[in-house]
Design a protein around this ligand. Structure first.
Ligand code: M6R
Length: 408
């Protein structure tokens, strides 16, 4: 992407390769100094896609692209198990490894694969996984999630898994990336180039791939009939339209974002698959607005974090209508009782069940609990975006951060 429209073709060098560029030719040698030839591939980046169009920041453009990028990724993911020749009956354990936002996609996927497909899942941040000598099952599948496909820790973790005889699957946004090339199988999320440092559309595209795979695993493992699988796909297919609805609530989300400018801290709580969304909401806010933000499993509050609640501190409560709603609302009441400013994200039913005028409510379209992570995160992305905009930070290039972390 960095070569933009300056190169029609690209040669991807392997680890240790060196190249000498002459006026007429390119001489390539491998790590042992042997002359090698590497394939030239077309650089097919669509330059239209890499512009900001009418948006002030890439992040804003990328948030708004999500109805399309999710729809495209879902179409691409519909027959994945056949394209990848994966038999989930033969797999007894999934290990999912990633960093940052991609790790939160792994966290959501753990709920999905365990609940829908009855498949045990281990998740790890790559920088921990690679150094803790994890024991891996002989019939395991190790999945590596990365937008860039170049994250150094994730790549090293992938090499570790391969050396432990794991089948490896990469879920990347950049098809020709190092992680895609190193893995046995790879799936490309159809998010298109993501330029803003804060990952947005790549996350919902990752969830689209992982959700589709979880349905296919559920069917192969006889947890879902063909009809149940179809119904689950139909639910996923409804996400783009609901995302449109959330994006049309922009002025309400902007007002909440603006109201955070004087906040020193902000907290995000959720249960089940809303717990990773709470973590992701906090990461988005802290990385671009520099407001200190943390996400917690709502049930963990009373084990320590509730000591942080003081008058007016914003607490975002991710509360879709599911089996855990009542418990989440009761955790929210503990925050209200200590003077916290609660902002509830929930559907009609959750808001009615909350029934507390002190709580500010953001109404998210009703959805099946399975797809709620893809929806609630979009609202949090916009809130973080507007908080950063109001604080005047460089939204696309926040301080101290790089788009892809290619060193340890
Ligand atoms: O390219 P990757 O998905 O491997 O990157 C992982 C993280 O570095 C990335 O998600 C980072 O946390 C983002 N800044 C989050 O917005």
């Amino acid at each position: 992407m960095a070569l933009g429209n300056r190169a029609a073709q690209v040669i991807y060098m392997e680890e240790g390769d060196q190249a000498r560029l002459g006026q007429q030719d390119i001489v390539l040698v491998d790590a042992f100094g042997r002359s090698v030839s590497r394939k030239r591939v077309d650089n097919d980046i669509d330059h239209e896609q890499t512009g900001k169009q009418n948006h002030s920041f890439y992040m804003h453009k990328e948030i708004h692209e999500q109805p399309d990028t999710v729809a495209r990724t879902l179409v691409h993911s519909y027959h994945l198990k056949d394209q990848l020749e994966l038999d989930f009956m033969e797999i007894d354990r999934l290990s999912i490894i990633a960093c940052g936002t991609s790790y939160y996609a792994a966290m959501v996927a753990k709920y999905w694969f365990e609940q829908l497909a009855a498949l045990p899942v281990d998740i790890d941040v790559a920088s921990e996984f690679r150094y803790r000598s994890p024991l891996m099952s002989n019939s395991g599948l190790a999945v590596f999630i990365s937008q860039s496909g170049e994250t150094a820790d994730t790549l090293a973790a992938l090499k570790y898994a391969r050396s432990n005889q794991q089948q490896t699957l990469a879920v990347v946004n950049v098809a020709a990336s190092s992680i895609a090339r190193e893995a046995d199988m790879s799936v490309q999320t159809q998010a298109g180039p993501e330029i803003g440092v804060a990952s947005t559309k790549a996350f919902t595209a990752q969830l689209s791939v992982l959700g589709s795979l979880a349905i296919q695993a559920a069917q192969q493992r006889r947890q879902f009939s063909a009809e149940m699988a179809r119904a689950a796909f139909t639910t996923l297919a409804g996400v783009p339209q609901k995302l449109e609805q959330i994006l049309s609530m922009e002025s309400q989300l902007e007002a909440i974002g603006n109201s955070l400018t004087d906040a020193r801290d902000a907290y995000f709580i959720g249960r089940g698959s809303s717990y990773p969304i709470a973590m992701e909401g906090a990461l988005k806010l802290k990385e671009i607005s520099y407001i200190h933000a943390e996400g917690f499993g709502a049930g963990e509050l009373k084990h320590g974090p509730i000591a942080l609640i003081e008058s007016g501190v914003p607490v975002f409560v991710i509360a879709p209508n599911n089996d855990l709603l009542e418990k989440t609302l009761s955790n929210m009441q503990e925050v209200v009782a200590r003077g916290g400013r609660c902002i509830l994200l929930g559907d009609k039913h959750s808001i009615k069940a909350c029934g507390d005028d002190q709580v500010e409510c953001i109404e998210i379209p009703e959805s099946d609990p399975f797809t709620s992570p893809l929806l609630y995160v979009a609202a949090l992305q916009l809130i973080a975006y507007y908080a950063a905009l109001a604080k005047g930070t460089d939204v696309d290039q926040p301080r101290n951060l790089a788009k892809s972390v290619t060193v340890e």
